[in-house]
Write a protein that binds this ligand. Sequence first.
Ligand SMILES: [Zn+2]
Length: 207
Amino acid sequence: MADHPRPLTDPGAALPLDGFVDRVPGWIRAMLGFCSRCGSPLEPGLVPGEHRERLVCGACGFIAYVNPRLVVSTLPVTAQGELVLLRRAIEPAYGTWAQPGGFLEADETAIQGAIRETLEETGLEVAPTTIVGLYSQPSSAVVVVAYEAIIVGGRARETAEALEVAAFAPDEIPWGSVGLDTTRWALRDWVRGRGLEPPAEGQATGR
Ligand SMILES: [Zn+2]
């Protein structure tokens, strides 16, 4: 019998979804204190015809929509089949292992951004080959795309954003020292693609 399509898993959906404006991440809320049109304070409020709070200007009615940002990342794989990870030198999740990645700029494609971030953070030049997955993290207002990538140049090194860069065999992923949910989700999908079963999924941390 043919395999039936199965719905994608959606681990980020397990996090609470009520109180939208209260849950806007602090770093975004800090940029949305005042109306960009008239300078008056933005306050949470209901907008006619909508059922969720928005950040609204009481003076001119401007609505500051809060939408997630795209984080572009790679899972660089060495010629020996090992996965390159870095130990984060920045918050959040300082000191934990993660894949290289960062916010996409408006003047680049997702693939260009993933290549740029990987070079900046690890010293490696990569070429994405496939999408491992797309991971929503509503509590941080980000969507993370993880590309598997081959290494085409450069040399792994410590950087301002990486305390350490190291390669791990698929059965040697440092699961206990992964700090970001989206990294764990991507690594789980990646090792499954290598025919391995990742450790049992723990509680999402919301970051
Ligand atoms: Zn205004």
